[in-house]
Design a binder for this molecule. Structure first.
Ligand SMILES: Nc1ncnc2c1ncn2[C@@H]1O[C@H](COP(=O)(O)OP(=O)(O)O)[C@@H](O)[C@H]1O
Ligand SMILES: O=P(O)(O)OC[C@H](O)CO
Length: 497
């Protein structure tokens, strides 16, 4: 009887489940969006129980659609939106507050206070991260400080905290396992990047009781089994990675200096930097790519908060088109953006600027500017933000890259990929399988149970779809790059008001 891998991808906007065979081919896939809650300006919340029931339904649907039974699933891999955090009562299983999502800015003032107190150096040295509301620690602190009785319960050891992987595994195992993996732990601001353990100084700084923390595991090992009622029989859970690290693995960027960029809601570029962390001098993050056995691979990361989300904004708020894919035709209707620059700082600016107060701007409009120019400027903004990250990454690592591997929902846009190659002056390579996040989770799980024997076997599965070569004439790019740099300066200046 053939066996398969089930991979779960709990993303920011949807829950997905995919079944993979040994050749990395997808047998079935199920996906459903779940509600987003915006209770106040800058706040973003999810209902952890809605996430759980949606994810459970998708897992069952994928197995059913593939015509499989639970005993044909060799292992389950999990990948998840990162930083988003849940605090729950370990006796009742009830979350004490909604999940606070990575995009949520409610703790921005507290972060500014930490910066003013000069804590940035210590935090970077310990965790590889910058001080920003993006990461989990300040969100957990906020829950403990604001939910009546929560801090007392946490001190008494009655509450658990966890990123979404922890929450799902706790549910899937019927409350037996409270775990996470190194990649998710490395996004909390609480995990020591070199000691590979929860950091006592960070726990004190953020006032978080250690009793709440999950046990940190490798990215590929058998952690435990699902309860039988999840799929009909107990199935090993054997892979966990935050979604961007899973994509780095799914893209098989297993060699030092290899880089991938995922174009989803945001854009996340990661470079494999080998077995030692490099602390960025250019405001990038250092994070754990994965840990398999005793081997740890570190990564430099640049996080862009608005990428595909700009396309959604043009679709939903400005009603430029009805479907995201129509942006390609609209942006191709003009030769250039004709001086129009869109800086999508709708939720502040992420790497390398990390400005929490920045607001979006459209600059350089003239009497002839129309939707086509703005649509093209939107695609250019995705590519130009990526260029700022790559420049910082090359400076930090000393590696000059020749090739960028791409994936994610917006990477299907050929015009965007061509603009990206032109802006960076490097080849942009899109694999046949752009579902690299979820395949990364499948690979990690499959390796743990011997479904695939080693990464070389998986590398043979990775297949190129298309390469976008950069226009060798850089002159037309120079103007665009200079305009962008001036636009960023303007946005940063405006944020001081
Ligand atoms: N053809 C396209 N061109 C540009 N952007 C697109 C296109 N298709 C989808 N998108 C954008 O890609 C994003 C969805 O990609 P996905 O990888 O599913 O994101 P996430 O995992 O962050 O939810 C959306 O923000 C959408 O606007
Ligand atoms: O769910 P995505 O694909 O938007 O990814 C979110 C990131 O993990 C945030 O760090």
């Amino acid at each position: 009887m053939s066996s398969y891998i089930l991979a779960l991808d709990q993303g920011t906007t949807s829950c997905r489940a995919l079944i993979f065979d040994k050749n990395g081919k997808i047998l079935a896939s199920a996906q459903e969006e779940f509600p987003q809650y915006f209770p106040e300006v800058g706040w973003v919340e999810h209902d952890p129980l809605e996430i759980w029931t949606t994810q459970e339904r998708m897992a069952r649907k994928a197995v059913q659609d593939a015509g499989l039974t639970a005993d044909q699933i060799a292992a389950i891999g999990i990948t998840n939106q990162r930083e988003t955090v849940v605090v729950w009562d370990k006796s009742t299983g009830e979350p004490v507050y909604p999940a606070i999502v990575w995009q949520d800015r409610r703790t921005a003032d507290f972060c500014d206070q930490l910066k003013a107190e000069g804590k940035a150096g210590l935090i970077q040295q310990k965790t590889g991260l910058v001080i920003d509301a993006y990461f989990s620690a300040t969100k957990v602190k906020w829950i403990l400080d604001n939910v009546p009785g929560a801090r007392e319960k946490a001190m008494a050891g009655d509450l658990y905290m966890g990123t979404i992987d922890s929450w799902l595994i706790w549910k899937m195992t019927g409350g037996q396992k409270h775990i996470t993996d190194v990649t998710n732990a490395s996004r909390t601001l609480l995990y020591n990047l070199t000691d590979l353990g929860w950091d006592a100084d960070m726990l004190t700084l953020f006032d978080i009781p250690s009793k709440m923390l999950p046990q940190v595991c490798d990215s590929s090992e058998v952690y435990g089994h699902t309860q039988a009622d999840f799929l009909g029989a107990a199935v090993p859970i054997a892979g966990i990675a935050g979604d961007q690290q899973a994509a780095l693995f799914g893209q098989m960027c297993t060699q030092e200096g290899w880089v991938k960029n995922t174009y989803g809601t945001g854009c996340f570029m990661l470079m494999n930097i080998g077995d030692k962390p490099i602390l960025s001098k250019n405001n990038l993050l250092t994070t754990i790519g994965w840990k398999i056995g005793d081997e740890v691979s570190y990564a430099l990361e640049g996080s862009i908060f608005m990428a595909g989300a700009i396309v959604q904004w043009l679709r939903d708020q400005l009603e430029f088109f009805g479907d995201a894919q129509e942006i390609e035709g609209l942006a191709s209707s003009v030769e250039s953006s004709d001086g129009v620059v869109l800086v999508p700082a709708f939720v502040g600016l992420g790497a390398p600027h990390w400005n929490q107060q920045a607001k979006g701007q459209i600059l350089g409009l003239n009497r002839g500017s129309h939707k086509g120019h703005i649509a093209r400027a939107a695609l250019e903004a995705i590519a130009l933000q990526t260029r700022d990250i790559l420049s910082a990454m090359e400076a930090d690592s000393g590696v000059k890259i020749k090739e960028l591997r791409v994936d994610g929902g917006a990477s299907v846009n050929n015009l965007l990929m061509q603009i990206q190659a032109d802006v960076l002056g490097v080849s942009v390579v899109r694999p046949k399988m752009v579902e690299t996040t979820v395949s990364g989770a499948a690979f990690l799980a499959g390796l743990a149970v011997g479904y695939w024997s080693n990464t070389e076997e998986i590398e043979r599965i990775w297949e190129k779809d298309q390469t976008f070569e950069a226009n060798p004439d850089r002159s037309s790019m120079e103007q665009l790059l200079a305009q962008w740099d001036r636009a960023i300066e303007t946005v940063l200046f405006w944020s001081k008001a």
